[in-house]
Design a protein around this ligand. Sequence first.
Ligand code: ATP
Length: 319
Amino acid sequence: MKRIGVLTSGGDAPGMNAAIRAVVRKANYHDVEVYGIYHGYEGFIQGKMELLDLGSVGGIIQRGGTKLFSSRCPKFMEEKYRLQGIEKMKEAGIDGLIVIGGDGSYRGAYELTKLGFKCIGVPATIDNDIPGTDFTIGFDTALNTVVNAIDKIRDTATSHENTFIIEVMGRDAGDLALWSGLAAGAESVIIPEEPFDLDDIIARLKRGEARKKKHSIIIVAEGVMPASQLADMIKERTGIDIRITVLGHIQRGGSPTAFDRVLASRLGAYAVELLLEGKTCRAVGIKNQEVYDYDLQEIFTTKHQADISLYTLSKELSI
Ligand code: ATP
């Protein structure tokens, strides 16, 4: 294999640039050329790409977002467009592709492998919801962004003796809520993986009040319900006037943490190794600090599991 492609797809995540850099540098190290494909699968279909040399990925390891841009490309669901893209790649002498993205992007990659085009998936999403890897690229950065925001809100909550509900991203996964809630010492953390228990949330608020604690932080994952809905439910039952903050897209941006840069470098480089060994339909991930690979199809049969021991711990520490 002398020439490969790389693209970023789905929601952007901090560390995608570091992964692109690792792909290019590792491939170049083995005398393999890398073409950067712009706008995810949209660019794949149109053959919108550019040769990335060593210098072209200089100075991006610390940048959030993705140098290659990203997109959601509904057309890619149709085989005729996937075949069109494969044709464009073949014309350019590209024999394999590294897809950096979330589970939707993996599905697209899997469909390509079924048509005989070699693909390796690199997990990048702030949601940490890809089965088979302990961490996805971008999660740690988003987590730190959320924790910083909660720390700031806590200052106001303490000064004004308020209760705040903070809504965090994560789609159907509770990881961001869980980890940030534990890291910031939230009084309650509400995640989709555990049953919603309004009585418990209210009991915690009341216990806090009883020990003269007048402020409280509740973290709710977006996959459970909007913060406003939860605030209404609590107000209806207790009369407590609650402030809400929806953190929104600040969680997706920003310079990647050192952890995400290292993760992206390891996973990007490992994906190149696999392609150069002739492997296809594999996803790379990290398990107990070790980089490894597994069948891309596992994402269809395995469900991502949040670490529920953190949920239990958070409850125990926020009595
Ligand atoms: P995030 O988790 O950040 O949203 P993602 O990779 O899951 O990232 P999606 O929008 O779900 O984001 O998927 C990205 C793109 O992958 C889609 O726009 C589409 O082009 C392609 N894709 C998704 N599912 C399929 C599928 N079943 N077949 C072919 N292509 C798909």
